[in-house]
Design a protein around this ligand. Structure first.
Ligand code: UGA
Length: 438
């Protein structure tokens, strides 16, 4: 089997998953981070992210001597044949991607890289970044390749090892081929193209996914007014092979570390070019509106005003099976309710204690039952599987009101009804319209 000497710069979600998976494919991987404590933890075989499968691959990679962790990019990259850049590219103040960290890593590596080395961007970066990095490096003996990741948090290892496609873009085809060989045994279709197209594929895919969800959320709102059922509607849509069944679930709005950042970044790119992109603007605006619709449902459920009203929140992460709170719709909604004077009790299974950035606005409690204690309404914001199996009779006894607002269509309304509760979902007519109020 072909075996490469690879460096991965950055041990976050993308970097650590990439490093652990490439090691599992038989490559020798050195992964760098600037955080000494993180490096020490990883060296000890403990995962620093909550991601199924990462710990196992980490332990295997360390034991097989195919994976090591070092402090600083230069220490990892000096002997590597291929260097993956997996550093954060957060949203800057104007909505555009902030490349400060990426640029400083490239500057640090400029004089360290071995001749013939290939530098690969894996983080999501604006179109044109590969060419920009090439200019910053100023090395004719080093090629730059764009190889965007398509990893979903919570199934990143599975997505890495079972890719639907591998996208590789470069102005230097032999360099692109060297990167393609790393993934050869995965047998996925490879889209080999220029770097701008590879970078654009990532934005186009994430922005399409966000647009699809905003569309579904808008259709769900219409369903509520028209007495239609969004779950049946999306099932009927998804059986059309041109549409497909995935990514059609309505919710409290889409969030996370990727879709919000990438939609804003592409919109800024379009604006900078003088290209109007009203569809993408509407995608973002519809998402903000979705947060407001949730707040309005909670307001209605407690009689029209949130001031001084206790509300329980179940699920704070941006989706289930992650501990990531970045750009979580749950926190945006919590913030809006807190601004109206609601007293918030929040619970999330992935958070051991008070969540960063949430203290002050809400009290983070240790059990879902504590979140319900004395609350006028309970709002489910993340689809954690265990919420379906809560003791709803007990919750009914703890709540001061009767309303549960299920923003993920995750609960069984009949079970709640048996417990004497009214369950308001997304894209379903209100229980009172069906004569089902608890
Ligand atoms: C997303 C993309 O799905 C990945 O392909 C991409 O690689 C990644 O961003 C990235 O750019 O790194 P992720 O942010 O982990 O992955 O989350 P998703 O599973 O895509 O969910 C995004 C948001 O949409 C969440 O808030 C989720 O709850 C929401 N969602 C998703 C729905 O409301 N309904 C759905 O049917 C699916």
């Amino acid at each position: 089997m072909f075996e490469s000497n690879v460096a991965v710069v950055g041990a976050g979600y993308v970097g650590l998953t990439t490093a652990a998976c490439l090691a599992s494919l038989g490559h020798r991987v050195t992964c760098a981070d600037t955080d000494q404590a993180k490096v020490d933890t990883l060296r000890a075989g403990q995962a620093t992210i909550r991601e199924p499968g990462v710990r196992e691959l980490l332990v295997q990679g360390l034991a097989a001597d195919r994976l090591e962790f070092v402090l600083g990019a230069a220490a990892a990259a000096s002997e590597a044949e291929i260097v993956f850049l997996c550093v954060p590219t957060p949203m800057g103040r104007d909505g555009a991607a902030d490349l400060t960290t990426l640029e400083s890593v490239v500057t640090e590596l400029r004089d360290v890289l071995a001749p013939g080395c290939v530098v690969v961007t894996k983080s999501t970066v604006p179109v044109g970044t590969a060419v920009h990095i090439d200019g910053l490096l100023g090395r004719t003996d080093v090629a730059v390749v764009s190889n965007p990741e398509f990893l979903r948090e919570g199934s990143a290892v599975h997505d890495f090892l079972n890719p639907e496609r591998i996208v590789i873009g470069s102005e230097v085809p032999p360099a692109a081929e060297r990167v393609a060989v790393l993934y050869k045994e995965l047998g996925a279709p490879v889209v080999q193209t220029d770097s701008a197209s590879a970078e654009m594929i990532k934005y186009a895919a994430n922005c399409y996914l966000a647009t699809r969800l905003s569309y579904v959320n808008a259709i769900a709102e219409l369903c509520e007014h028209l007495g239609a059922d969004i779950d049946d509607v999306t099932r009927g849509m998804g059986l059309d092979q041109r549409i497909g069944p995935s990514f059609l679930k309505p919710g409290p709005g889409w969030g996370g570390s990727c879709l919000p950042k990438d939609t804003h970044a592409l919109l800024r790119t379009a604006e900078a070019l003088g290209c109007d992109f009203p569809l993408l603007r509407a995608t973002i605006d519809t998402n903000h509106r979705q947060h407001e619709l949730v707040v309005e449902k909670v307001r209605q459920a407690v009689g029209g005003r949130l001031t001084g009203v206790r509300i329980g929140l179940l699920g704070l992460t941006f989706k289930a099976n992650t501990d990531d709170l970045r750009d979580s719709p749950a926190l945006v909604i919590a913030k809006r309710m807190a601004a109206e004077g609601a007293e918030l009790l929040g619970f999330d299974p992935s958070l051991p204690g008070p969540a960063p950035g949430t203290t002050g606005q809400m009290r983070v409690v240790d059990t879902p039952y504590q979140a319900a204690d004395g609350a006028a309404a309970l709002t489910v914001l993340t689809e954690w599987p265990e919420f379906r199996d809560l003791d709803w009779e007990r919750i009914a006894g703890l709540l001061s009101g009767r309303s549960v607002i299920d923003t993920r269509n995750h609960l069984d309304p009949l079970v709640l009804r048996h417990a004497g509760l009214s369950c308001r979902q997304v894209g379903h007519p209100a229980p009172e319209d069906l004569g089902l109020a608890g």
